[in-house]
Ligand binder design. Structure first.
Ligand SMILES: *[C@@H]1O[C@H](CO)[C@@H](O)[C@H](O)[C@H]1NC(C)=O
Ligand SMILES: *[C@@H]1O[C@H](CO)[C@@H](O)[C@H](O)[C@H]1NC(C)=O
Ligand SMILES: *[C@@H]1O[C@H](CO)[C@@H](O)[C@H](O)[C@H]1NC(C)=O
Ligand SMILES: *[C@@H]1O[C@H](CO)[C@@H](O)[C@H](O)[C@H]1NC(C)=O
Length: 911
């Protein structure tokens, strides 16, 4: 709409004495009548209105009302003991600029204020409104101030429509039942100064887009949800305009960043969080600081010494080395803190390293001599630490053993460590260290296996591990999705897209650690990593890597697991006769898929359509143990999810090994993306692709973390993603699923499909949930481009999609050449595709620890999907509604409200 209006505006400027001015007058008079109607509605539906609000009198003379040219421009009725409701017609007051209705008792649903393009100030706080309509902010392009605090709203999340209000200066909605995450666009609105979101149910972190934002006062304190706001607060180090920062009573973690550029910072409150690390000198020496509240965290190091003029509350509930400002810590404590700093001040160390004597108490990982003076051993093995090895370790001159194995440490082994005269053992195996190994004395035992890049000198950011199966360049890391890419008004969205790309590039230059830290679920402990033994332990026959197309696929060995009876009837057994009948005695006409594993038949069992996977005896492979069978059955028992394909039962009869699934009529995602022949598999539109991506993300998120145990799929690819009649997706083929949380279940079988294998998995067999995240990122790229991950028909440099994609995303024109040409690209779709592209790059980061969690992917995708489907469509995880009834609901919604939501927008949404 913006465009036409602007043109209209232009015309008015150029032709002040329009020849048809009288026509306008004629048009205005109904408008006056309309405002009069609305005002009489308002007088009726509010109670306690001022006594001069009498019908039949000129409403422009009523108290509290301001008019211009006979049209209402302001409602000034703050604190007038009004109750009753606001009428729906209020959004017909087309000239309204100011609404001051705060501090009354007005109740009921808030009417939509949408399309009041002149509205600048909207004060509705401290009332009794019960909910906001989803389109409340749509079209409010002049909005400057909004206050909604202290209303008993039903839960809502901040709609993206608000991102179009680019004059916004103040947004205040504390104690207003807001859930979801803090939208990225608040960081992009260039005039936003006050953002108050305290006392809500927000989760997630402070968006990365807040770096460089104009925000001066930020209140995010006291979130009421169980999770609260989480993650590290590094981003505030770049919020240079900040004057007030209230983060108290949340679950933020990690250290306070360098705040030396925050030259106006006066009130800093991070009380009651889980922050760690040393309080930075940039905070204690700040000249602008007046109030600092740091109590009840896990801060470490010297007791911070604030100048006398500062109201400081720091002493309670922290782990400073002494309780006196100005007293230095023991030199061993300083060295250990420097070591912890290298690891990003992990929570485990912050909690256990208390006091000023590392040899006196239970300091995690620290072993001293019997006199309790010298540190002999540092043991940080198996801690999932991320970061680098501090050169200051060399100051612990008596150190014998330094154990750092099985972490995610990067960077070089510091040369300084060669100066440790007593060192006997340095075990840094299974990390991702690089660089030349320093020349240690022969007496030192070095264990450095499982560091694929050790000994090489990569220029960080471009080099892949030597001998990498696939050169997935990490040079063009993109920012985590959503960063700064929230929409602006349509007229400027081209510019915004440009800015987004610039931001992507700039952020892409930041190092891996920072990159990782930006993940929203920063404080979530890493999923335990299962490490397979070195590849030589793998029996050759089990190195099954291959591209198998078809309706799902299983190796025979996997099928065997499901159907080999062990006496336990965990899945229901189905008599072979029934299956024969269902498939017309395995009639060839019913074959819907075929692969190395056997054949898939369509059938009908008691009126239900089913898919039957029939293993071929010769492909059964070697028998697997009862234990493994039970582990697989266990997986099936414990994973039931609407986005995982359902198993209906199995049958074992002599040589027949049959698995029965629900039938998915629309085939696989692979067929829709790659084997399009319209009629059977038409190209999917962007909305459908987004929904499928979110479905898959949710299914895998469930496998990773929401199921009773944590599972890794290991063979995620489009041919394992099945589509139902409604084109909603389910993940299938759990034949390679591995339990992720017990060391026992380590399997040394490297399996999967080329192109989708995460680099570290392909190289070392290291399996973590991040392997699936990588594959998911590849699938996102395929969804965006409609291209297979490996396409031999293309030029060498383009044949690997991940590489080609990353190279092109830096440049809009180039990027457009790789986006699937069958997608109709309006601006909205393009922005959405950009955000998914960023997520795809993030997910395919070369370092496993830089990839986000699947939960993060869900967080990024769900608001994008919400832009395309009605917000009333509930996407709950634990809904008891049957899929069918939910679909019905969704479909009926999309008939009515979907179009209602977007009507009035000039660019019709194309699906
Ligand atoms: C939150 O708002 C409600 C009204 O919706 C009010 O009764 C309550 O006192 C407010 N709570 C806080 C902490 O301000
Ligand atoms: C502070 O700002 C300067 C200049 O923009 C920049 O170079 C520096 O990195 C910033 N410091 C921090 C800690 O962000
Ligand atoms: C700073 O602390 C003083 C005393 O506790 C308090 O009165 C004042 O409101 C605080 N100012 C800010 C901006 O928090
Ligand atoms: C370690 O020793 C070096 C050289 O003596 C010194 O510069 C550095 O500050 C020491 N580090 C710590 C954390 O004490």
């Amino acid at each position: 709409m913006g465009k036409e209006e602007e043109e209209e505006e232009e015309k008015r400027k150029h032709f002040p004495f329009h020849p048809f001015a009288f026509v306008f007058l004629l048009i205005i008079s109904p408008a006056i009548a309309k405002d009069g109607d609305v005002m009489s509605d308002l007088a009726k539906s509010l109670t306690n209105v001022p006594s001069d609000w009498k019908s039949g009198t000129d409403f422009c003379k009523w108290s509290g009302i301001a008019c211009q040219g006979g049209q209402v421009t302001a409602l000034n009725l703050a604190q007038k003991s009004l109750s009753g409701n606001l009428p729906d017609s209020i959004n017909k007051l087309g000239s309204l600029q100011t609404v001051n209705l705060q501090r009354n008792q007005i109740s009921g649903l808030l009417p939509s204020f949408s399309n009041l393009g002149s509205l600048q100030k909207l004060h509705l706080d401290t009332n009794a409104f019960s909910s906001l309509p989803p389109d409340f902010f749509s079209g409010l392009t002049s909005l400057q101030e909004v206050t909604l605090d202290d209303n008993p709203f039903s839960p809502w999340s901040i709609p993206d429509d608000l991102s179009k209000s680019d004059s916004l200066r103040e947004f205040s909605a504390s104690n207003a039942s807001i859930s979801g995450t803090i939208p990225d666009f608040f960081g992009v609105l260039s005039g936003l100064e006050d953002l108050r979101l305290s006392y809500n149910n927000l989760t997630g972190g402070i968006p990365l887009s807040f770096t460089g934002s104009s925000i001066k006062n930020l209140w995010l304190n006291n979130q009421q949800s169980g999770e609260k706001l989480t993650g590290r607060i590094d981003v505030i180090g770049g919020m240079n305009q900040l004057s007030l920062l209230w983060l108290q009573s949340n679950s933020f973690s990690g250290p306070i960043p360098d705040v030396s550029n925050l030259t106006s910072l006066s009130s800093f409150n991070v009380r009651d969080n889980q922050l760690t690390g040393v309080v930075p000198p940039s905070l204690t020496s700040s000249h602008s600081l007046q109030n600092a509240s740091l109590s009840n965290n896990n801060f470490q190091g010297p007791f911070p010494a604030f100048p006398g003029g500062v109201n400081a509350d720091v002493s309670k509930g922290n782990n400073f080395c002494t309780d006196m400002a100005g007293t230095p810590c023991d030199s061993r404590v300083n060295v250990l803190l420097s070591v912890a700093a290298g690891f990003g001040y992990p929570d485990t160390l912050a909690r256990s390293w208390k006091g000023n004597n590392p040899c006196a108490g239970p300091w995690t990982g620290v072993v001293c001599d019997t006199q309790g003076n010298e540190i002999l051993v540092l043991n940080f093995a198996n801690q999932h630490f991320v970061g680098t090895i501090s050169p200051d370790i060399a100051n612990l001159t008596s150190l014998n053993k330094l154990l750092l194995s099985n972490n995610n440490l990067t960077g070089p082994i510091p040369d300084s460590l060669t100066g440790l005269k007593s060192l006997q053992l340095l075990d840094a195996s299974n990390n991702d260290l690089w660089g030349k190994v320093p020349g240690f004395d022969k007496s030192v035992t070095l264990k450095l296996s499982g560091n694929p890049r050790i000994g090489t000198e990569p220029s960080p950011g471009t080099a892949g591990p030597p001998g990498s199966l696939q050169s997935v360049g990490s040079g063009s890391k993109s920012s985590p999705s959503g960063d700064g890419s929230a929409g602006k008004s349509r007229s400027s969205s081209g510019l915004i897209v440009g800015i987004v790309i610039v931001v992507v590039v700039i952020v892409g230059c930041l190092g891996g650690l920072i990159y990782y830290l930006q993940c929203r679920k920063k404080n979530t402990p890493f999923k335990p990593i299962i490490r397979a033994g070195p590849p030589k332990e793998l029996p050759d026959t089990q190195l099954k890597i291959g591209i198998i197309n078809g309706y799902g696929n299983n190796t025979g060995a996997r099928n065997e697991l499901f159907s080999q009876g062990s006496g336990e009837d965990v899945l229901s057994t189905i008599p072979i006769e029934d299956i024969r009948k269902a498939t017309d005695n395995f009639n060839e006409a019913n074959i819907i898929g075929q692969g190395g594993f056997g054949v898939v038949y369509k059938g009908e069992l008691n009126g239900t359509e089913i898919a039957v996977k029939r293993s071929e005896s010769e492909s059964m492979g070697k028998k697997t143990g009862v234990a493994e069978f039970e582990a697989e059955v266990h997986v099936l028992q414990k994973t039931r999810h609407r986005h995982l394909v359902s198993f209906l039962g199995y049958c074992r009869d002599n040589n027949e090994k049959l698995l029965v699934y629900e039938y998915m009529p629309e085939g696989t995602l692979g067929q829709h993306l790659f084997d399009r022949d319209c009629g059977k598999y038409c190209a999917l539109n962007w909305r459908q692709r987004l929904v499928i991506a979110l479905d898959v993300a949710r299914g895998i998120e469930y496998l990773h973390s929401l199921a009773q145990e944590s599972f890794i799929h290991r063979d995620l690819k489009p041919s394992n993603i099945l589509l139902g009649k409604d084109l909603r997706a389910k993940v299938s083929d759990f034949g390679l699923v591995k339990l992720a949380d017990t060391e026992k279940s380590v399997m040394t079988r490297l399996a999967g499909t080329f192109g989708y294998l995460a680099p570290e998995y392909a190289l070392t067999g290291k399996v973590s949930t991040k392997v699936d995240v990588y594959a998911f990122g590849v699938i996102l790229m395929e969804i965006i481009t409609g291209r297979k991950v490996l396409d031999e028909s293309l030029a060498e440099e383009d044949s690997h999609l991940v590489v080609a994609f990353r190279r092109r995303i830096i440049n809009k024109e180039k990027f457009l050449t790789i986006v699937d040409s069958s997608l109709v690209l309006d601006e909205k779709a393009y922005e959405s595709i950009l955000q998914v592209s960023e997520l795809a790059c993030h997910c395919t980061a070369r370092e496993a620890n830089q990839r986000p969690t699947m939960g993060y992917a869900v967080q990024v995708l769900s608001p994008l999907v919400d832009q395309w489907v009605p917000s009333s469509f509930q996407y709950e995880e634990d809904s008891s509604m049957s899929l069918a009834s939910e679909l019905e609901k969704w479909q009926s919604d999309s008939d009515s409200s979907l179009f209602a939501t977007y009507k009035g927008s000039s660019s019709t949404s194309h699906y």
